[in-house]
Design a protein around this ligand. Sequence first.
Ligand code: PLP
Length: 423
Amino acid sequence: MKISFAPPHIDKAVIDEVVDTLQSKWITTGPKVAALENEMQNFTASKAAICVNSWTSGAILMLKWFGIKPGDEVIVPAYTYCATALSVLHCGATPVMVDIEEDFCISPNAIIKAITPKTKAILAVDIAGWPCNYDMLNNIIRDPAIIKQFTPESDKQRILGRILLIADAAHSLGATIDGQPAALKSDVAIYSFHAVKNITTAEGGCICLNLPDRFIIEEERRYLKMYTLNGQSKDAFAKYQGQGWRYDILFQGLKINMPDICAAIGLAQIKQYSEKLLPLRKAIALKYMRAFSTKDWFIAPPLFDFDRESSYHYFPLRIKNVTEQQRDLIIDDITKHGVSVNVHFIPLPLLTYFKCLGYNINNFPMSYLEYSTEISLPIYPQLTDKYTDFIIKAVVDAIDHQFYPNRPKATRRRPVPVLVNAR
Ligand SMILES: *Cc1c(COP(=O)(O)O)cnc(C)c1O
């Protein structure tokens, strides 16, 4: 059996929506993007949604929108995908890395220690779909002593008057806090629609705005849409619809708009997301949880507590008392069974480029611990029981083999049946 890690969910609805776009003869930014933005705004209960061509470009856009420039600092976790920190570097600013806590999310206490008068924003990452502790993060950025340190240098910074809280929600579409979309707990939540994410547009992303009412949201939305199209006053679709040929360039924008042909894929998926695709993900996560909970080597991932619930992007299995080398051997063993697993995340200070910039893994012990004991198991709607049973067996065999290499396989695999009331 061959089980891949995160294949996209391409059903007839997706194909029909894409074909519809092709037949309409309008393939770049137009009605499908508008429809996807509408779905995203409703699903996340946000004030506005703007689609872009990736999470990365969405993050660069929002940092530039806020006026982030060389000399500024943006706090990011060391345990994340490179794009989180690269988006800061692309603006010429400095990513200030801090460690995470045991739930994979950025440490609020480490943030407090890292804040300086140069701190302009925090990028908090919802790992595997588990929302960060946004209540604590909101308390930090609204703390009067921290507001007093904040030094606004752009119009948007003056309007906000404090550190901007951005959620790297690349994994967390559908995550909730207090039964509400988690996006409501940050100023800006940015989603990724890359091919492996819960919803995909092949490549793409979406910026959801929940800025305070001091901002005129419709104006910010229109400005950001223009920003994704070179700062052009009139988009191609408006011209196509006969609104005249003349346009103007109002500022130095980026070219990061999402095409309709991509939006069509995500549009067909998001329509099935809350009723079908997300519940299927949850069921798989719960099944893994039940299967491993009897194992003494198992460290349960955060999936839900009293107020938060994950979006079940993947299952971050952690194994007690393994070294990085043992974890790697376990992965080799699982892979031999044809099951693709992954590791989230190689902490940024272990990657060559960030090492060269001077980041040192010794300053991020929890990031290293989580990384070195973690194996990400696949979660996606196409994984029926037949597949998850197979994955669970491959994982349990591989880990038991690592811990109890001398135990004969037969007893491991087939426990002696206990006959109850056999007469
Ligand atoms: C996928 C991912 C990104 C980048 O998304 P793109 O759409 O590929 O730019 C950023 N952050 C995290 C945590 C991710 O997993």
